[in-house]
Design a protein around this ligand. Structure first.
Ligand SMILES: C[S@@+](CC[C@H](N)C(=O)[O-])C[C@H]1O[C@@H](n2cnc3c(N)ncnc32)[C@H](O)[C@@H]1O
Length: 166
């Protein structure tokens, strides 16, 4: 992530109209990995801004931590680091649906979540695999799993709320 931010992220453009850099972690679970990730993103964005000559005075960070409504958000909040250079809010709900307003996020992160499918995409519920809703994609149907991930990424990142440019 850090390497990608330093090499590719156009912080100048992203921060042209805002002094708050907004991050979302989809499928955050109860921590602590999500905190390491957000901390790493914040530090790297600051490093990148400094390298680009962007004034970081007044720059703030907002992290939206998302997971399904059944996630234990109390445990997540209890394990929040006491000192953190960002504001936190939870966003409950499935990332298969709309979670954020349009063009409201600067960086979306997700690890070990989009392949952890809480819903079998319709594309794999066919004769090819013979899977039914509720069956384990990872067992006995590697093609189905791969197609499921592709379908989720395709659908998700086209439709992840906040991702669209307009
Ligand atoms: C294996 S954990 C990964 C947690 C964390 N991202 C990490 O890397 O340690 C997968 C998480 O994804 C969440 N998840 C799975 N499908 C989801 C969905 N459709 N919407 C939101 N969260 C989802 C699960 O509830 C679970 O907390």
């Amino acid at each position: 992530m850090a390497k990608w931010i330093l090499a590719k992220l156009d912080v100048k453009r992203l921060l042209e109209t805002s002094h708050t850099f907004v991050i979302a972690d989809l499928g955050c679970s109860v921590g602590p990995n999500t905190f390491f990730v957000v901390q790493n993103i914040v530090e790297t964005v600051i490093e990148k801004c400094s390298g680009c000559g962007i004034d970081i005075e007044g720059l703030e960070f907002q992290a939206f931590l998302n997971d399904k409504i059944t996630n234990d958000f109390n445990t997540l909040f209890r394990s929040l680091p006491s000192e953190k250079p960002y504001h936190v809010a939870a966003v409950p709900g499935s990332f298969h649906g709309r979670l954020f307003p349009k063009a409201s996020l600067h960086l979306i992160h997700s690890s070990y979540s989009i392949q952890w499918l809480s819903q079998v995409p319709s594309q794999v519920l066919d004769d090819f695999c013979g899977l039914e809703q509720g069956q384990d994609l990872h067992r006995g149907c590697p093609q189905g799993r791969d197609r499921g991930i592709q379908a989720t990424v395709h659908k998700g990142y086209g439709g992840i709320p906040g991702c669209e440019s307009g």
